[in-house]
Each structure stands twice: as structure tokens, then as C-alpha cells.
Design a protein around this ligand. Structure first.
Ligand SMILES: [Zn+2]
Length: 90
């Protein structure tokens, strides 16, 4: 029995039970984090990630804020944007 708050072998929510849009958005955020940590850009820079907006042909730009320990992302074409916080898990 794990005492960790998140037991990945016994998730409280089954991945398959999540709505498709939620699963896709989770994958999107995962990509955003991976790409941004790899590039380390502190100013907005384009990635290969395409916007998930319906009929949007924009690409996603991301920037890391090392002081805030967050990642900001935005679409080059529509108004979709967001911030991922506490990226270092502290
Ligand atoms: Zn877009």
C-alpha cells in the first residue's frame, strides 16, 4: 500500500473514464511542459505544437518563468492561452 498521495497503480480516476477533451488537453499540457523545459526559452518562442482550437491553424508559443516556476503558453492565432504553475513540484 503506497502512502503517496498519488498512487499511479491505483488512480482515483481512471484515464479511460475521463472525457475525450480532458484527455486530449492533458496530453497537450504534457507536450507544452516537455517542449518548454527542453528549449528553456524565457521569452515566448514557437513550438511544433499545433493549437487544439476548432478550425484554428495557429501554433503554440511557450515561455518559462524560472522565478515563478511556471510555464506560459499561447496560440499565435486565436485567444487560447494558459499558465502551468509549480512545474518543479515544490
Ligand atoms: Zn489557436
Amino acid at each position: 500500500m503506497s502512502e503517496l498521495p498519488n498512487d499511479f497503480n491505483k488512480p482515483a480516476i481512471n484515464w479511460e473514464d475521463l472525457p475525450k477533451a480532458t484527455r486530449e488537453f492533458t496530453c497537450f499540457l504534457d507536450l507544452v511542459i516537455d517542449e518548454t523545459l527542453e528549449s528553456g526559452n524565457e521569452e515566448y518562442a514557437p513550438t511544433y505544437i499545433r493549437c487544439f482550437g476548432k478550425k484554428c491553424h495557429g501554433i503554440i508559443e511557450t515561455a518559462i518563468n524560472l522565478i515563478e516556476e511556471s510555464i506560459n503558453w499561447r496560440c499565435t492565432s486565436c485567444d487560447k492561452s494558459g499558465t502551468i504553475t509549480k512545474i518543479f513540484g515544490r
